[in-house]
Write a protein that binds this ligand. Structure first.
Ligand code: ATP
Length: 510
């Protein structure tokens, strides 16, 4: 399904609504509806269980969103959490200067790919792409230009050279995609943190930030957690919570929002062991995605070439979203950067006493950070399908089905009386519903023909439908229908609760 269909399905079936829609919405802000909140909670639960329940040496935390302003000085966010901003004076539209240049480079790449495709068509089987790319004059010239721009962009970005970025935009004669004009303002650094003001303190002193990442709540609590849980290295602290970034250009639905949720785990380790743990967490996190059923070919690693100021190794797990491969999760070796900075600015020791070495040191940190909303988008975009299925009269019909892993599906089971005007049947169905509702989220639905009720459940990803019919009154059995295989099985009513609970058991994924 294409991206537009995914977005409209999310709205129609109560997964995601634009925020404050009656006022025409607020850009890049979304609300999770009744089915959305269930799916999101299940994703969070899958992450939490795999981290906290499955590891004796990983514990949880729920730190406040507001933190002492010095936190953000120490972490480097006040000085360096910036994007280069540029405005077009005619259209009054804002852009990220680096993205304008990247889009320009993508156009050159597109032209190269077109040349390659043309040649491939012309030469057929005899075509050698590598040779063509390295010998064709036009392609070589374009590639050279592309690479030169790329290296200029990288240096100017890492030098924080805003004038250089502006002259690059002018040199390339980049025009505003909306007005077509090349009338740009100067490029300036734009800090991505949202700020607000404490009620009882005036001026700069009272300036607070909404956290742009959850990680710092973990770092400042490192000793509290270590001492209260008596953990030894290596150990981890896991946290799920909201983060806020004033993204200059926020688009692509819930992929890039200004208010979003992160699931982060900081693993405190002995200095020098970081590459071992980097490899371990890379693999463990990739396996976590695959265990949920995300196809391996839609996931890949993307190692960082330009490392952030705090990292000595970093990789992204990318997913093939409907708009291409993009970052889903970051795995970063953060060294002792954060703990050391907090130690210096706070004057409080943030060290671990290692009994084996008989010395204290600041631990290194290995971080895994996955966006909850991006995770949601991977599952919806992967699961939403339109398919042809056999009808009851032997004909074919199409259905829209959300093939989510049963363990994270919003509603696990729907109980459907075959008819609604026979009291014995609706009574028996209500009894079945009451049996199941205490263990998994279940829906009772008696409205419309059975086929339409099945389709409604397919569209929200309900893995099992249980039908109560006339025979049920005699044999004390019900029919359970599987969303994906469409097979129907007759099972005893007194076993239905345990059958459903077993089929959707999340612990089987761990
Ligand atoms: P990007 O390069 O896409 O801006 P990032 O490298 O800044 O992402 P990190 O700081 O590593 O992202 O944050 C960790 C995770 O948080 C990301 O992998 C992503 O899943 C999620 N995330 C970051 N920014 C946003 C956002 N604006 N909206 C939704 N999720 C986000």
């Amino acid at each position: 399904m294409d991206f537009k269909q995914i977005i409209s399905h999310c709205k129609e079936y109560g997964f995601i609504f634009p925020s404050s829609e009656i006022y025409d919405g607020l850009s890049a802000t979304y609300d999770y509806g009744p089915n959305g909140v269930e799916l999101k909670n299940n994703i969070k639960s899958y992450w939490w269980k795999s981290m906290v329940q499955m590891h004796q040496n990983i514990v949880g935390l729920d730190a406040a969103i507001f933190m002492h302003p010095k936190t953000w000085k120490a972490s480097g966010h006040v000085d360096a959490f910036n994007d280069p901003l540029v405005d077009n004076k005619d259209s009054k539209k804002r852009y990220r200067a680096d993205v304008l240049v990247e889009d320009f480079m993508a156009k050159i790449e597109g032209k190269i790919n077109k040349d390659v495709a043309k040649a491939k068509k012309k030469f057929g089987d005899a075509f050698n792409e590598e040779e063509f790319r390295s010998t064709n004059g036009r392609v070589i010239e374009r590639q050279k230009k592309h690479d030169e721009i790329g290296s200029k962009l990288a240096t100017r970005m890492s030098d924080g050279d805003m004038e250089g970025l502006k002259s690059l935009i002018e040199e390339l004669e980049i025009a505003c995609p909306i007005s077509g004009s090349k009338n740009w303002t100067d490029v300036r650094q734009f800090n991505l943190m949202f700020s607000t003001q404490l009620g009882n303190v005036a001026g700069e002193e009272g300036k607070l930030y909404l956290r742009p990442e959850t990680a710092q709540g973990i770092f400042v609590n490192f000793l509290n957690v270590q001492k209260s849980t008596r953990q030894k290295l290596p150990f981890g602290i896991a946290q799920i919570g909201k983060a806020f970034r004033n993204e200059i250009v926020a688009r692509q639905f819930i992929f890039r929002m200004r208010e979003f949720e992160q699931m982060e785990m900081q693993y405190f380790i002995k200095p020098g062991t970081e590459m071992k743990w980097f490899d371990y967490w890379k693999q463990t996190r990739l396996d976590w995605h695959k265990a949920l059923g995300t196809p391996a070919e839609k996931l890949r690693f993307h190692d960082h070439e330009n490392l952030a100021h705090y990292a000595n190794a970093a990789t992204d797990i990318q997913f093939e979203f409907p708009f291409g491969f993009k970052e889903l999760e970051g795995i970063h070796s953060r060294t002792d950067f954060d703990l050391k900075s907090h130690q210096e600015l706070s004057g409080k020791k943030l060290q671990f006493f290692d009994p084996e070495m008989n010395e204290s040191y600041v631990p290194y940190v290995l971080e895994t950070s996955v966006g909850c909303d991006r995770m949601f988008l991977t599952q919806i975009s992967n699961a939403l399908q339109e398919e042809t299925v056999p009808d009851k009269d032997g004909k074919e019909s199409t259905r829209t089905v959300l093939k989510l892993n049963p363990a994270i599906a919003p509603v696990k089971c729907a109980v459907l009386p075959l008819v609604k005007n026979k009291e014995e049947i609706t009574k028996a169905a209500t009894d079945v519903f009451d049996k199941i509702k205490g263990s998994v989220l279940c829906q009772y639905d008696e409205k419309d023909a059975i086929g339409r009720r099945y389709r409604r459940q397919d569209a929200i990803g309900t893995p099992y439908c249980v039908t109560v019919d006339f025979d049920s009154l005699e044999d004390n059995c019900v029919t359970i229908r599987d969303r994906d295989t469409l097979t129907q099985e007759r099972v005893p009513i007194d076993k239905i609760q345990s059958i459903v609970a077993d089929k959707v058991d999340m612990n089987k994924l761990l």
